[in-house]
Design a binder for this molecule. Sequence first.
Ligand SMILES: [Zn+2]
Length: 439
Amino acid sequence: MSTLRLVALLAVILSVPGCAPETPARKKVVVLAFDGAGWDTIDPMIDAGRLPQLERLKRRAAWGPLETFKPTKSPVIWTSVATGKSMEKHGILDFVFLENNDIQVPYSNSERREPSVWQILDHFDKRSVVVNWFVTYPPDAIDGVMVSNRFRKALLISDDRRARMADAVHPPEMLDVLLPFVSLDYQDVRNQRELPDLVELHDGLAPDNDGSQIPVLKDYWIYVLQEAMIDDVSRHLFETEDFDFFATYFRLPDIVQHAALSLVDPELVERTLGALRSGEMRLEDATELRQAVAELLHPFYRHMAVTIEHYLDNVDEDTYVIVLSDHGFSLHAGGYDHYHIPEDAPAPPGIFLMTGPNVEPGRVAAVSVYDIAPTILHVLGLPTGEDMDGAPLTLALKNTHPVTRKRYAKDLMTPKVHERDVEIDQRTLEELRSLGYIR
Ligand SMILES: [Zn+2]
């Protein structure tokens, strides 16, 4: 090659950066997860002007019921949201399983068989902050911050709390940053957040029946402290950490609805369930009971709405915000829940809302828990997983780029070994029993 041609070639090579299109704005995704939130509770409250934050959000978001699947158990569904895959693939089948020695233990992150969206993002050098997501202990060693669900569980036990919490976060040095957000002053936390005292409420309705002995109510104070801590930790990390992907999970709407029928007029509950059982009342006519439950839930949904609006007010225009739940609740002759529902009834759908730079506002025709991970990857400009069970929600996006696909290998997951914390496992099993999830 002549010197002249070489110089010309070099000039072309060196000029490439100058010719490259402008770097597009950095897209980010924020996911706000609320266990058990349902449209049938939210919509009447919006209509009555009692959830103005969600009314504003719904007007500018793509939204709809989020299709979910049986068994409608939270660890199963939240792992499907995180992986885009069915439970047969991801391996988290229930709340608990029997270990080799026939001892019942809660599922942990070590049993998950498919990479989560934050592990895929890590592979592309994207940074994630994940707080309190179901089945994330032991935390994944990704670039970013993981506060596993063990962190809040450590609040249950006063011995060695610090050591138990240290083990629950990645990187471990985050512990000192997070500890100042631990408050054990229930009345103070509850008052600040304008949440009712449910034991007091119960005792007012049924004075001969001690509310502090009812399983879910007995631990209500700790649920409130856990939720407040997760809220504060999440807001702090959101403000101080750099991220491409941020996700946080709240569970109070679900917990309170589990106890709902012991927190409204007992006579109304008896009358309605009795009439449903004997066929004297149709489900759609059980509005009085539904309204009573919605009234009970209002302070918790208001709390959720305030949290959501805080994030919406503080994201930049290139950020997508996804708000979702894993399921709603079904009223039936046997109760008001999401896992003992009649065989022929579908899993009660959750909620889905999404805003972002090119999101088309309005109701989306169909979206399922499997579509969340593919959608996150797609809007961040990455291929969706070839063997994921959902697809990016392109119908809700204006002028979006073509969907690409890739098979993400399981070796994106680093093997995790951890010792079981017998005491925390025990408390977790008790909690699951009190919520009616296991016997
Ligand atoms: Zn749930």
